[in-house]
Ligand binder design. Structure first.
Ligand code: BV8
Length: 268
């Protein structure tokens, strides 16, 4: 069970985490909104600003909300995409991309809908909740998913809120998984397989509230793997962790990589 940390206990925990990770053969990383916080993208639990400060994202990120008020939900996603546009990977994303080179079997399972892992150079990524920059027909008129490329629409078609599918005229929606929607089965199956095969799972920047993503660390534990969490705040998952590194991922992940490199030189 993880406990509160003083600087010296943090250093000890970091050293222990590096030792566990350096011995790993099949590490996997589960990331949540916290890893993108230092890139300026608010987490799900951060209050949004301006017009959207009053809304609860959980209430708008549902098929029911889209059916009830498609224009409102579309504007909510357009606002988030606008906010995300200038975001760039932070040292946490970059450290994970470096780990991918160090561990040929390392995969990232992300709950995030931004593309900062890709921008940082990570390539082995399992996306559980889709990608906010992508759109699809809300009726999936040509099969699930029916991608819709807005750049193929005219300016006035694109200005509609929401735009209409060029194939069937139905509404276009963001290609993300809403609450009360099933996750893409291939992504979820792959994530569960990776979690079961992992000898170490790094759990970075997630409150551990949203399922089935939050159930993945338990699969690693059940299969005998070790669990290491990076979060400045205790999460729902902290009590199940072997090690909790209390801190921001943009600071802790580069420290972890630095420790591994130091161990590497020692081993060399
Ligand atoms: C499903 C895309 C079957 C959309 C998202 C009752 C009990 C259990 C489960 C349920 C239940 N009732 C319903 C459910 C299922 C529901 C669920 O889990 N609800 C919860 C809220 C109780 N799940 C679903 O509906 C899923 N589908 O189960 O299908 C089904 C089918 C029909 C009916 C029922 C069930 C679908 C879930 C996917 C939802 N879509 N995103 C969009 O983005 O608009 S989820 C969305 O919220 C995010 O993608 C993310 O996954 C989640 C937020 O979680 P986090 O990433 O953890 O972010 P959060 O803000 O919570 O926390 C940030 C953390 O970072 C914090 O801990 C913070 O301390 C930390 N942090 C902050 N700064 C830093 C940091 N860490 C490191 N460094 C820092 N600098």
């Amino acid at each position: 069970m993880a406990t509160e940390q003083t600087p010296s206990t943090f250093e000890r925990a970091l050293h222990e985490a590096a030792a566990i990770l350096s011995a790993a053969r099949r590490p996997v990383v589960l990331t949540g909104a916290g890893i993108s916080k230092e890139s300026g993208i608010p987490t799900f639990r951060d209050a949004l600003d301006g017009l959207w400060a009053q809304v609860d994202p959980m209430k708008l990120a549902t098929p029911q909300a889209f059916r009830r008020d498609p224009a409102l939900v579309w504007r909510f996603y357009e606002y988030r995409r606008e906010r995300m546009r200038p975001a760039r990977p932070n040292p946490g994303h970059i450290a994970l991309a470096a780990l991918e080179h160090r561990f040929p079997a390392l995969h990232i399972i992300t709950q995030n809908v931004d593309d900062l892992h890709e921008q940082a150079g990570s390539t082995r990524i399992v996306r559980l909740h889709g990608k906010i920059s992508a759109n699809r027909c809300s009726l999936d008129c040509r099969g699930l998913p029916t991608p819709v490329d807005l750049s193929q629409l005219s300016d006035e078609q694109r200005a509609e809120t929401p735009p209409h599918c060029p194939y069937c005229g139905g509404y276009v929606r963001p290609d993300v998984v809403w609450f009360n929607e099933m996750l893409p089965s291939d992504a979820l199956n792959r994530a569960q397989q990776l979690a079961q095969q992992a000898d170490v799972m790094l759990v970075v920047g997630t409150s551990g509230v949203v399922y089935p993503a939050a159930g993945l660390p338990a699969l690693t534990r059940k299969a005998g793997g070790r669990l290491i969490e990076i979060n400045p705040v205790v999460s729902e998952l902290t009590p199940t962790m072997d090690i909790w590194l209390e801190g921001a991922s943009g600071i802790v992940l580069p420290r972890l990589v630095e420790h591994l490199e130091k161990d590497n030189t020692l081993d060399a």
